[in-house]
Design a protein around this ligand. Structure first.
Ligand code: ADP
Ligand code: MG
Length: 233
């Protein structure tokens, strides 16, 4: 009986990890797919080559993350979050183009640096981007996605705002629970993972949403280094 229990727990762990890996790889995979489609449509292969290559590298990095036994240490560097957002522009634009979404980028505080793990912050943004473009139904016509960076209350703030279908109270109540999804092919890992990554940075992650109006994700990152488990010092 004990062996069976152990086996059950192991299988459960394996399936959770597998779902996590699959979820994380789906983002770069869909970017690569989109860029290959664009490359074919526009016949401009050179233009998309770099992004495809960098997404492949990202997939590689994600796999390494999952494979590394100790994922505890968060390797952070002083960087401008606005610049990280800027470096994602081409990917976001392409994704928005494919989903017929108008994209607005309002970057302020471009010189302000924060201790971040760049690839994890990118992972968060691409997860949010994916959720936003998936939040538009057929009836949504004026689709607008806005990403904004600013400083408020001595915190670095990143906001992602979409005018998609929003979330009813019943969804909002469950939001953040691992594996909670309303999508036929969803995994329910995106939001919990984003929350964990931002909280590992000493920041906060909040979602405001109104059904049939839209969704706003507010991320804050501390301006001062807060010492804790994940301190790079
Ligand atoms: P998944 O995308 O795999 O379903 P997530 O953890 O990323 O998992 O999201 C959980 C659920 O939260 C989604 O299934 C969806 O119902 C809701 N959700 C997340 N982001 C948005 C958004 N921008 N607009 C509307 N609903 C959202
Ligand atoms: Mg998601």
């Amino acid at each position: 009986f004990e062996n069976l229990l152990t086996f059950h727990h192991q299988m459960e762990a394996v399936s959770h990890i597998a779902a996590g890996v699959a979820h994380e790889l789906r983002n770069p995979l869909s970017v690569i797919k989109g860029f290959l489609q664009l490359a074919k449509l526009t016949n401009d292969h050179q233009k998309y080559y770099d992004t495809i290559m960098s997404e492949l590298n990202r997939m590689n990095g994600i796999l390494e993350d999952f494979l590394s036994v100790s994922r505890r240490k968060l390797d952070r560097r002083l960087q401008s979050p606005a610049n990280i957002m800027h470096s994602l522009t081409e990917i976001i634009k392409a994704e928005c183009l494919l989903h017929d979404v108008e994209f607005h980028l309002k970057l302020t505080e471009t010189d302000q640096q924060v201790h971040v793990n760049e690839s994890m912050v990118k992972q968060v943004m691409l997860n949010l981007l994916r959720n936003s473009v998936e939040a538009y139904g057929e009836s949504n016509t004026n689709r607008v996605l806005t990403i904004e960076t600013k400083i408020e209350n001595n915190q670095y703030v990143i906001e992602v705002h979409d005018n998609g279908k929003g979330m009813p109270e019943s969804v909002l109540r469950q939001l953040g629970k691992p594996f909670f999804t309303t999508k036929a092919r969803g995994t329910g890992i995106g939001i919990p993972l984003c929350k964990k990554i931002i909280e590992d940075h000493g920041g906060s992650f909040h979602i405001q949403s109104t059904y049939n109006v839209g969704t706003k994700v507010v991320i804050t990152l501390p301006l001062e280094m807060q010492t804790g488990d994940n301190s790079p010092y």
